[in-house]
Design a protein around this ligand. Sequence first.
Ligand code: C5P
Length: 289
Amino acid sequence: MELTVKAYGKINLSLDVIRKLPSGFHDMRMVMETVELHDNIHITISEGEGVTMESNLPFLPSDSRNIAVKAVHVFFEELSLPKKHVAIKLHKRIPVAAGMAGGSANAAAVLRGLNTLLETGLSKEELMCLGEKLGSDVPYCVIGGTQLAEGRGEVLTALPPLPDCHIVICKPKFSISTPELFSRIDCNKIRHRPDTGGLLHGLRTRSLSQVAMRLFNVFEDVLADRGREIGQIKSTLLHAGASGAAMTGTGPTVFGLFDNEADANLAYAQLKEHYRETFLTKNYSESLV
Ligand code: C5P
């Protein structure tokens, strides 16, 4: 039995950190959007046991440190399924450690793929519950679309879809550690927060410009010296005609929303000269489950 599943990346139209929870995690308020940029995951199930994995990126772990492999274990253990051999072939395109939930998207795609292949008939809510065991963004990645994500990121409310647009995505060459960035945020000292209400109104009225002018990520204020490069990429996007630009998640990837394809092409060409990991994509509004 085999199947190829698509694992779509996400961007944060907004990201707010409300408070630190006793668990050490943070209470979030984010508007998430799925993009067409995706990884492919080929899953083969055969007789035997264990999980093997290979990918086009040699530096990615292929053992149980990889969240896609963990997803297989969680699926089989939580459902008490008889043992099988599962082989995963991952073709990655979504930038790694980039704030686009690439790993979470892989885990979510594995859960969806196994549910189809093994005909286990789990509902989307049940798949999201399994996803919660794997990471804060996995439940979102199970369903995708335009969603308000609260709590750790697992409390999801469907929103009217973002109007269709062109999206330029650019990952600078440095990486940012997620736990480090969270440790730098002092929720009592955040001076600027996203206008989430205004953004939701923009979505309800299907106004790309009203949404784009409210893109905001509180992590951009705690980037220290790395913030300069983020600022420069945003400026390139805006000068080329983006309706708005922001960093996604814990970064360092920056994106711009464009209603005009020619402007998006120009921004893509300008950034691609300096940044290998620059992509031209669109939002993806179809349901993933
Ligand atoms: O859930 P996930 O494994 O993706 O989280 C990675 C890290 O991000 C956590 O260990 C924690 O430091 C931080 N985090 C947080 N609050 C959240 C989500 C993630 O502090 N809501």
